[in-house]
Design a protein around this ligand. Structure first.
Ligand code: C2O
Ligand code: CU
Length: 492
């Protein structure tokens, strides 16, 4: 059966120092970067990057593909998987090993590919020395399997999460949600994707297989020994100076001259992105958090706040062999090592593809008229960010929507920070925002997270189905959520 002990190669601080310094010596003989000489306790990764042959230079590595998990068993109606939450090592900087927490010890964790109508069971074994749990972000999941912050797996224990997969195809993701430490556990690696597919989507003939590419974006920083550097900032949230895509620094990806489906997830603690192709050409957005839009939307700039997902199609047959196309992050709060997301290197070869993105992707869902209206004020309390002046209290219910009803929820942000607001268990439609019209792509699909901009008011229509029970809703800037920016609802 399962082995609960940490693996033999588990890292300790002493091992780390030894390995770290060994690697630095090696690196110095190659590049002689002054700042890497061990005269100061730590230097910032920004300083290291300024060196000519910096390990932080973008486009040095090929995009790592996220490994797909194979079920341990399958039946007519269900696929069963097993993974262990444990410590591991990641190859991020050349010559260094970066200690992480990972699902099966890897970062990002293994990808689960699920089919609508087939149940998925994931046996999660906690090989970490503290409590953890797993939240399927964006999933319609019964409350007992949602990864509520108070439902945790003890160190050494395990839990079988049952996911019914009764919702439409969507790019979901999973991550740790034990209360009070998600900013650290996600930063150190407890995150991956869960791709839900269905027949309707399949019939559209969208790019699949190697042409369907999940991309996990997260900003990080490094210590001189190659370990992740984390500094808590309760106000801003953590901001790293280096952008990782699937665990590689701004990687490159060889692409054929055809269409690709790219699934972007913002798995950053608190950084927002704005995706833009270097030549300013439009990308075709086909899906958001909750799955396909009713029709494709061409976009030149795509905002991506923490926890949001967008699926886009790029047609690389429009580019010549040998062309290099950079995808940038133009969010005004980014720059330096977080401004280049990745590069697409167009290969030679003829264009043979016949496929076009269909003009209709799905039918709109009719919704019942709203049953109630609620307003949530997002503001800084005396010690932490709060909602309606309240901090998270698992023993208090802050809203009781009726099962099957819809409600208009209005988030009022009177602060100068972005608050990406997320509802567990349910999806919503965007209704309005005070900063301007709702983007077309946001109007044509379901969402589970919305970035409420500084001094902005945003209204959404949330649909409280299909499950009753207790779920949380919170800001997905993780340092905000960890403290108090989370409330609880009970669907009755
Ligand atoms: Cu990504 Cu409470 O969730
Ligand atoms: Cu917040």
């Amino acid at each position: 059966m399962m082995d609960f002990r940490p693996p033999a190669d588990a890292w300790s601080r002493r091992d780390l120092m030894r390995n770290g310094f060994g690697s630095i010596a090696l690196l110095c003989t190659v590049a002689t970067p002054d700042v890497l000489r061990p005269r100061k306790a730590t230097v910032t990764s920004a300083a290291i990057r300024s060196q000519a042959k910096s390990p932080f230079a973008p486009f040095q590595r090929d995009l790592p593909r996220i490994p797909e998990l194979v079920p341990v068993s399958t039946s007519r109606t269900r696929d069963t998987y097993a993974m262990t939450v444990r410590e591991g090592m990641a190859d991020i900087l050349p010559g260094f090993q970066t200690p992480i927490y990972g699902y099966d010890g890897v970062y990002p964790g293994p990808l689960i590919r699920a089919k609508k109508g087939r149940e998925v069971v994931v046996r999660q074994t906690n090989g970490l020395p503290f409590e953890t749990n797993v939240h399927l972000h964006g999933g319609y999941v019964p409350a007992a399997h949602d990864g509520h912050p108070m439902d945790v797996i003890a160190a050494g224990g395990s839990f079988d999460y049952h996911y019914p997969n009764q919702q439409d195809a969507a790019t979901l993701w999973y991550h740790d949600h034990a209360h009070g430490r998600t900013s650290k556990t996600l930063y150190y690696g407890l995150v991956s994707m869960y791709v839900l597919e269905d027949e309707l989507e399949r019939e559209l003939g969208l790019p699949e297989g190697e042409f369907d590419v999940p991309l996990v974006l997260a900003d990080h920083a490094f210590n001189r020994d190659g370990s992740f550097r984390y500094a808590e900032n309760v106000d801003l949230g953590f901001r790293g100076d280096t952008l990782l895509v699937n665990g590689a620094i701004s990687p490159r990806m060889a692409v054929q001259r055809r269409r690709y489906r790219l699934r972007f997830l913002n798995a950053s603690n608190a950084r927002s992105y704005a995706l833009r192709l270097g030549n300013g050409r439009a990308m075709t957005q086909i899906a958001g958090d909750g799955g396909l839009l009713t029709r494709p939307v061409p976009r030149t700039g795509i905002p991506l706040h923490p926890a949001e997902r967008v699926d886009i199609v790029i047609d690389f047959s429009e580019y010549g062999p040998g062309e290099e196309l950079v995808l940038y992050n133009t969010d005004p709060e980014s720059g330096g090592g977080t401004s280049a997301v990745m590069r697409f290197d167009v290969e030679g070869g003829a264009v043979s593809e016949e496929f076009r993105v269909p003009r209709r992707l799905r039918d709109p869902d009719p919704l019942p008229a709203p049953n109630a209206r609620r307003t949530w004020n997002l503001a800084l309390g005396t010690a932490a960010w709060q909602i309606n002046g309240l901090g998270y209290d698992p023993n208090r219910i802050d809203a009781r929507p009726r099962l099957g009803s819809t409600e208009v929820w209005t988030f009022v942000n009177n602060s100068n920070r972005v608050h990406p607001m997320h509802l567990h268990g349910f999806l919503f439609r965007m209704i309005g925002r005070s900063s301007g019209p709702v983007a077309l792509a946001d109007k044509l699909g379901w969402k589970d997270t919305v970035g409420v901009l500084p001094n902005e008011t945003v209204s959404v229509l949330a649909w409280f189905a299909p499950y009753s029970g207790k779920y949380v809703f919170h800001c997905h800037a993780l340092e905000h959520a960890d403290k108090a920016m989370m409330l609880q609802m009970e669907i009755v």
